[in-house]
Design a protein. Sequence first.
Length: 413
Amino acid sequence: PWLCTMAALRGSVSRWAATLTTGRRHVRTLRRRPLEVLYPRSEGAAPGAEHRAGGPEQRWPAAGSPVPEPSPRQPGRPASLDGLSYERALPGDKRLAKVVTIVKSKKFRDQQGKILVEGRRLIIDALGAGALLQTLFFSTVDSLKELPLEKLKHVKLIKVKFEEIKMWSDLVTPQGAMGIFVRPDHSKMKYPSVQQEHTIPLFLIGDNIRDPGNLGTILRSAVAAGCSKVLLTKGCVDVWEPKVLRAGMGAHFRIPLISNLEWDVVPNYLTTSTRVHVADHSHWSAEKSVVPPKSHAASDQSWASPTRQTEEQESGTEDRERRFLLSLPEVEARCYHRTWAEGQTAVVIGGETHGLSLEALLLAQKMRGQRLYIPMIPGVDSLNSAMAASILLFEGRRQLLSSVANGNRTERT
């Protein structure tokens, strides 16, 4: 019996080995057989005619070989309008998105010197003042015709879909035109002659104005009041930010703007006879603080009261810092409707968050200025900085024109 069992086992092993060998051969056959790709033939062509004619055989690239890169997207078909050539952007063109995203960054504006101007009116004002336009994105030919075509001869014009402009626009109702300008230099600008004819010796100085809407509104008021120039110190929002441009409604291109100034260089942009006043919402009286001695030893603290000495010894450094009272400059306070604008006059407007800086008060003290306040009913903390600036600037204009008129009347008599 065991001989029969061994024979049966030997037969099973032989059949299993045969099956395994056949499978291996089948796998080898699949691996060695080439993969052929069949391409559609043109009508009437016989199978294999291309190969018989010597044409190139199209096959997939071999494994491991580099895949050929697709050819770059070609620019859109060019077109022209009244002698101006422009380019039609193809679907998927990302140039507008890339440019707008970069130009909205303050870091890029400072490094590259580019600004974004949106809307027909602002673009016309910028071109009229001599600003250099490099690239213009527009949605329709009609929107392009609304611009001065004679000033677009050397500008790169790109026609895009209105949906793309709407996507990247900050306006509620986009006008279909966005321009990339070189950041204007006040010394090279050509401001409107009407504006120059009605200017008065009144200057505006911005101090820590950080709200874009407030700064734009203040610039509009400065232009309307006939100010000669605007000086903005460090700490103010970027004057060329898109939100400030929109709030300014073209004021950027009607008055010289000098921004990012240190306080020690501000007098360089003013004459020695200029009187610098500051807008102050509170009517306080300047008090001289007691100057502490240089030594902080207990024996040298006779200038402080015994109670205060005890508090400082108990609380440590924090209370020792409190004893150094801020010494505010002595600047006379005056109501805004009393006479303060005579000759060359400058007004400092502070931001709503931090108010006037100590440097502004020191400049007013140095240049014989005053603290101008606007009386309000009890319970009202302060006015909006743009509103206060408008009141003071137009009051200053009234006083300056009245002074000139009185001087002329005196000469006649």
